[in-house]
Design a protein around this ligand. Structure first.
Ligand code: UDP
Length: 480
């Protein structure tokens, strides 16, 4: 063994495999960056599709300069390049990853077959919680597996309770009353109604393909040596304590978007992890808007909406009288916007008081003083980013954990309003007026308080700071 190889194999070596979607890649790449700054060698396993998109949007040389211990490996996700990878395609994507990518991942890890630096043996695997196949691979080479579920712990906890709900006859729903309270979700008593469960719970029978995937995930989660979450104790302490009943080793290390700045005293944020090109012109537009006058509107990277809902949203925004910055992601309206008749009054208002981009630098936007509220689909990254920025929310959840997140935003954290199941211009107008106007002070006060707690949690001595230290120490103690 030469000197260089000896040095490489002396470092712990973590293999990180994220679900190949924007949200999970954001979180996992930030974790990879953090670990690689702590004398841990990290191999980040990207699908070719995601990797190419990252390369198109990011100055990658930055990654290599700044994170010398971080390297990338790629594999196919098995889908034709032209296939959409939107929210409605998740089951296809997962099936394809399991058939095509999982065997390559196994080969890489078990045969040490991962490129020129293969001499560094893997000492720990961190995989998305939905990758149930990762458990067998970790067991085969005898290294610990940590699951990083990048959705919200409150959302994941509702998933974990599904077998209980089925056993108790709460699932499938016996009738159409979506306002009936849910009972068998310990720690969430009095919070969730049927409509607040993940949307796949509305399936008529237990053969629903998404439900089946989640039930399989439920069986595997407790098999991991630890669970990593992008959250902080002060936000989700009661849920994390429920979670520790199924896996006692919990690392709550969020919000990941602010942890590096707190820890390494760097002024800039971490290298962008976006897979769309950010349109920075919206920041100049925000610079000339009055303080707290703008509603920022985004439905994340996966949600797709009907033309009817798109129009309702547009009417509601205009009728609210607020200025708005609206992310209209390419492909997010079913059938596209071609042929959509634009009402003259909407076009006029949008020209005068609105700004549209296809992808925004979201964290910068949320931190901008001109932004007064976030109209969001309640994805977990977006929710946490809004909490960090101290911005109240109007929530329009679409699927998976978003239904639970939006309920928590309104009912538990009291940071805004949950509009779920009601995409109607009158409701949108009313809710924006409440959050931006009549109840503004109440929401701002709560949001400001929680933002402070979020930032304190990642500072020295804070709960997330300590959990990240513990994670680093534990990884360093894992040797094969
Ligand atoms: N995002 C962004 N610009 C946009 C819209 C979204 O950078 O114009 C980022 C956002 O900051 C977040 C991620 O995309 O980190 C979306 O993740 P989230 O979990 O909120 O939702 P998902 O896309 O997974 O549904």
């Amino acid at each position: 063994m030469n000197n260089r190889s000896a040095k490489i194999s002396a470092l712990p070596h973590v293999f990180i495999f994220p679900l190949p979607l924007q949200g999970p890649v954001n979180c996992m790449l930030k974790l990879a960056q953090l670990l690689s700054q702590q004398d841990i060698r990290v191999t980040f396993l990207n699908t070719q599709h995601i990797h190419q998109r990252l390369l198109n949007c990011t100055d990658h040389t930055n990654h290599f300069k700044r994170y010398a211990n971080l390297r990338f490996e790629t594999l196919p996700d098995g889908l034709p390049e032209e296939n959409p990878r939107t929210g409605d395609q998740i089951v296809n994507l997962l099936a394809s990853v399991e058939i095509v990518a999982a065997p390559i991942f196994r080969q890489m890890v078990t045969a040490g077959d991962y490129g020129p630096e293969s001499e560094a043996p893997v000492t720990c695997i961190i995989a998305d919680g939905i990758f149930t196949f990762a458990h067998g691979v970790a067991a085969e080479i005898g290294v610990p597996l940590l699951y990083f579920d990048t959705i919200s712990p409150c959302g994941l906890w509702s998933y974990i309770c599904l077998p209980k709900l089925i056993e108790a006859g709460e699932l499938p729903f016996r009738d159409d009353n979506l306002d009936e309270m849910i009972i068998n979700t310990p720690g969430m008593e009095g919070i969730l109604r049927r409509r607040d469960l993940p949307s796949f719970c509305r399936a008529k029978d237990l053969d629903d393909p998404v439900l089946k995937v989640i039930l399989k995930e439920d069986e595997h989660i407790p098999l991991a040596q630890g669970l990593i979450f992008n959250t902080f104790q002060e936000l989700e302490g009661p849920i994390l304590s429920q979670m520790s009943n199924i896996c006692p080793n919990i690392y709550a290390i969020g919000p990941l978007t602010v942890i590096e700045n707190a820890r390494f005293e760097v002024e800039t944020t971490m290298s962008s992890t976006s897979i769309w090109k950010e349109d920075m012109s919206c920041i100049s537009w925000l610079d000339v808007q009055p303080a707290r006058s703008v509603v920022y509107v985004s439905i994340g990277s996966l949600v797709i909406v009907t033309k009817e809902d798109f129009l309702e949203l547009w009417h509601g925004l205009v009728n609210s009288g607020s200025r708005f910055l609206w992310v209209q992601r390419q492909g997010s309206v079913i059938g596209g916007l071609k042929g959509l008749e634009t009402p003259v009054e909407l076009a006029q208002w949008t020209k005068e008081r609105g700004y549209i981009v296809s992808w925004a630098p979201q964290q910068q936007v949320l931190a901008h003083p001109a932004v007064g509220a976030f109209f969001t689909h309640s994805g977990w990254n977006s929710t946490l980013e809004s909490i960090v920025a101290g911005k109240p929310m109007i929530c329009w959840p679409y699927g998976v954990d978003q239904q639970v997140n939006s309920r928590y935003v309104e009912q538990v954290w009291k940071l805004g309003l949950d509009m779920k199941d009601m995409c109607d211009r009158v409701v949108i107008e009313r809710m924006i007026k409440e959050v931006m106007g009549s109840r503004k002070d109440e929401f701002l006060e709560r949001a400001g308080r929680l933002a402070k707690l979020a930032k304190a949690s990642v500072e020295e001595g804070g709960s997330s700071f300590r959990d990240l230290d513990r994670l680093v120490d534990d990884i360093k103690s894992m040797r094969i």
